[in-house]
Design a protein around this ligand. Structure first.
Ligand code: ZN
Ligand code: ZN
Length: 288
C-alpha cells in the first residue's frame, strides 16, 4: 500500500457494513443500510400481475377461490426469492433485529404502491384500470396533494402465538408495522389474538394450511385496545368521512393467503360487533 493510500485510509471514514451481505461497501442512497450491489438485486414487485393478491407471477389461487374475499387486496414489497428467504431467516429465526428498519422501509414501498393505486381509484371513481396501476414504485411521483392521498386508518399486525413469541422474543409483523407507523404517521393496534398455536406452516400443503388457519384468530377483547379502536372510529367519523374503517393487516410474508384471510374474517367480526364496517387490505414484506 502506498503511503498516500495509507494516509487516506486513516482519514477517510470506513465504508459501512452492508446489512444483507456483510461486506464493507458503498451504501445505496435509497436504502443506506445495504450496499449498491445488494440493492440492485432486490426483486421488487413493481407490477403485481394479480391485482388481488399482489403476486408478481401468474396466480391460479385467486381465480380458483370462489365466494367473497375478506380483503380488498394484498400488496407485497418483494418476491420471495432464495436471497430474500435468507434475509428473512436472518431476521426472524436468527433474531437479527438490526434488519427491522430496513425491512420496514422496504415494506413502505408496498404501502406507497397501495396508496397510489387507491388514490387513483378514488379519483377515477373506483374504476380499476390495471394498466394505469402498473407503474414502477420508484417512479411514484403523484401529482395529488397529500390531503387527497389515500391513507389507512389503522394497521393491525398478524399476532404470533405465545410459544413463538417466547422463542423469538419479538413479533416481526408488529416491528414492521411500527416502522410503517413512524414513517407514515399511522396507528397500529393489536386487534387480533391467536386462539391456538398452529404448527409451522412451511411444511404444509395449501389445503392443510387453509383448514389449519380457519378460526386461528379472534378479536382482541382487551378493554384498553377496544377503547383505542373506539377513539379511532370516532376520529374517522369526526373528519366527516362516513366510510368504512380502512385497516391494513401487516405480515412478513404472504404464501397462500390463509393467514391473512383468517385475520380479515376475525377483523370483520370484531368491527361488526363495534357497529362499523371495515375495508381490509394487507401488506407483506414478501410474496412467495
Ligand atoms: Zn450487500
Ligand atoms: Zn392472486
Amino acid at each position: 500500500m502506498s503511503w498516500v493510500k495509507q494516509a487516506r485510509s486513516l482519514v477517510a471514514p470506513a465504508l459501512p457494513q452492508c446489512l444483507f451481505c456483510g461486506r464493507q461497501a458503498r451504501s445505496s442512497p435509497d436504502m443506506p443500510g445495504i450496499c449498491l450491489s445488494c440493492y440492485s438485486r432486490i426483486p421488487w414487485i413493481r407490477r403485481p400481475r394479480c391485482q388481488t393478491c399482489g403476486r408478481h407471477v401468474g396466480c391460479p389461487d385467486c381465480s380458483r377461490s370462489r365466494g367473497p374475499v375478506p380483503i380488498r387486496c394484498n400488496r407485497s414489497a418483494v418476491a420471495y426469492t432464495r436471497e430474500m428467504r435468507e434475509i428473512l431467516g436472518q431476521y426472524k429465526y436468527r433474531g437479527n433485529e438490526r434488519l427491522t428498519p430496513l425491512l420496514g422501509q422496504m415494506l413502505d414501498k408496498a404501502y406507497a404502491l397501495l396508496q397510489k393505486e387507491q388514490s387513483d381509484r378514488q379519483r377515477t371513481g373506483g374504476t380499476l384500470q390495471t394498466h394505469f396501476f402498473c407503474k414502477p414504485i420508484m417512479a411514484l411521483k403523484s401529482n395529488l396533494s397529500r390531503s387527497n392521498l389515500w391513507q389507512a386508518d389503522l394497521l393491525v399486525p398478524v399476532p404470533v402465538s405465545t410459544v413463538r413469541l417466547l422463542e423469538r422474543g419479538f413479533n416481526q409483523a408488529e416491528q414492521l408495522a411500527e416502522v410503517l407507523c413512524r414513517r407514515r404517521d399511522l396507528l397500529q393496534l393489536p386487534l387480533l389474538v391467536r386462539t391456538r398455536h398452529t404448527a409451522k406452516q412451511s411444511f404444509k400443503s395449501r389445503s392443510e394450511r387453509l383448514a389449519d388457519m380457519k378460526h386461528a384468530f379472534t378479536g382482541n377483547m382487551d378493554a384498553a385496545v377496544l377503547h383505542r379502536l373506539r377513539e379511532q372510529l370516532d376520529a374517522t367519523a369526526f373528519r366527516g368521512q362516513q366510510r368504512p374503517l380502512r385497516i391494513i393487516i401487516i405480515d412478513d410474508i404472504y404464501t397462500t393467503g390463509s393467514t391473512i384471510r383468517a385475520c380479515a374474517d376475525a377483523l370483520h367480526s370484531l368491527c361488526e360487533s363495534m357497529g362499523c364496517t371495515a375495508e381490509i387490505y394487507s401488506l407483506t414484506w414478501a410474496r412467495s
